[in-house]
Design a protein around this ligand. Structure first.
Ligand code: IPM
Ligand code: MN
Length: 375
């Protein structure tokens, strides 16, 4: 269906293409039933791009992403590309997109569905009703530190960080459309239950200039926590948080931790947003927070919920289609309520959280080693 909504689809590697295929069905349904159409372009990214073009993201794909109203992303990586040189690693394609589109605000909602409360690694009474928005700065920190690489005698590697890079994501999220379809104030958006918003300060635990204060976001009350204390509090009493604003590295770690509260990494979507331009349009990329899970790729086991909810975030944040986003989110809840689940690997039936396995021989944190969920 012709439309003025330009969408770039980048399914990527591993389970990326299969979860994206499920979302294509919803896109087609939306076109038929709600007259919500997209002009869709598709390209390769990650290992697939490396195989095709010799780089994890071609300049052409980068250009298309910059011109698109939104990018819907799957996942990248796999054992096949484990030993390629640093600049060609599949995840460099994703990092290039984030950097060149200046997607500094990464919104990662972690919500516990009632139907899955027993899948959480914590007791039901601790996680019931959990609904946290983690706002992760996405274009600074050690991810983009200079100089890069490993040398024995470098005095200090610098983390790329500045005050604007820490405050921008929080301000941006406060002005983004509310998850509710009714008009909502920035206050509702930022602190729905008026409890303090937590901001983890800079890397290494040093308390720096507040990054989320009344002055920066007048409608938001906030308190500060060190990242280690916050990691502990997330397990002790996660419901005390509405919004967590944090830097790139801590946001990566804490959002993976938060995903376990919800039962699985396979459930969590994310939106990465840039600053609004003169017309109010933001560059945006939507992706599940799970990886490419090569061990279950192609077996029909991958859970498409995180990709589906990423698409719902896209409807809401990029196209102001709050009602349609609500529809998708409610459909996901109903499917879970009705008892539909993805399969589980043989022998692990009693381990609802079994999705964290790393792929063999790789002791490092490895995105593709995270198995999207089997609940
Ligand atoms: C994520 C991933 C990425 C990150 C990788 C693939 C670079 O873990 O989106 O959380 O660390 O940002
Ligand atoms: Mn991560």
């Amino acid at each position: 269906m012709a439309s003025n909504r330009n969408l770039l689809v980048l399914p990527g590697d591993g389970i990326g293409p299969e979860v994206m295929n499920e979302v294509r069905k919803i896109i087609a349904w939306m076109g038929r039933k709600r007259a919500v159409g997209f002009d869709i372009k598709e390209d390769v990214v990650g290992g697939a791009a490396l195989d095709k073009h010799g780089v994890p993201l071609s300049d052409d794909a980068m250009k298309t992403a910059l011109e698109a109203d939104a990018v819907l992303f799957g996942s990248v990586g796999g054992p096949k590309w484990d030993n390629v040189e640093f600049n060609k690693k599949p995840e460099r394609g994703l990092l290039r997109l984030r950097k060149e589109m200046d997607l500094f605000a990464n919104l990662r909602p972690a919500k516990v569905f009632d139907a899955l409360i027993d899948a959480s690694s914590l007791k039901p009474e601790i996680v019931k009703g959990l609904d946290i928005m983690i706002i992760r700065e996405l274009t600074g920190g050690v991810y983009f530190g200079e100089p890069r690489g490993r040398r024995p005698r470098w005095p200090t590697a610098r983390s790329r960080r500045s005050t604007p890079s820490a405050t921008r994501p929080a301000r941006s999220a406060a002005s983004a459309p509310s998850p509710s379809s009714s008009p909502a104030s920035a206050r509702t958006r930022c602190c729905p239950r008026r409890r303090p918003t937590s901001c983890t300060p800079a890397c290494c635990g040093a308390r720096r200039r507040p990054s989320c204060t009344r002055r920066n976001i007048p409608t938001c009350s906030s308190s500060h926590m060190y990242a280690d204390a916050l990691a502990m509090q997330l397990l002790r009493s996660p419901n005390q948080f509405d919004v967590i604003v944090t830097d790139n590295l801590f946001g990566d770690i804490l959002s993976d931790e938060a995903s376990m509260l919800t039962g699985s990494l396979g459930l969590l979507p994310s939106a990465s947003l840039g600053a609004p331009d003169a017309t109010g349009r933001r560059k945006a990329l939507y992706e599940p927070i799970h990886g490419s899970a090569p061990d279950i790729a192609g077996k029909g086991l991958a859970n498409p919920i995180a990709e589906t909810l990423s698409y719902a975030m896209m409807l809401r944040y990029s196209f102001d289609l709050g009602k349609e986003a609500d529809l998708v989110e409610t459909a996901v809840e109903n499917v879970l309520k009705a008892g539909y689940r993805t399969g589980r690997p043989a022998g692990r039936q009693h381990d609802p959280g079994h999705q964290e396995g790393r792929h063999p021989g790789n002791g490092r944190r490895h995105r593709q080693g995270t198995r999207p969920l089997l609940v």
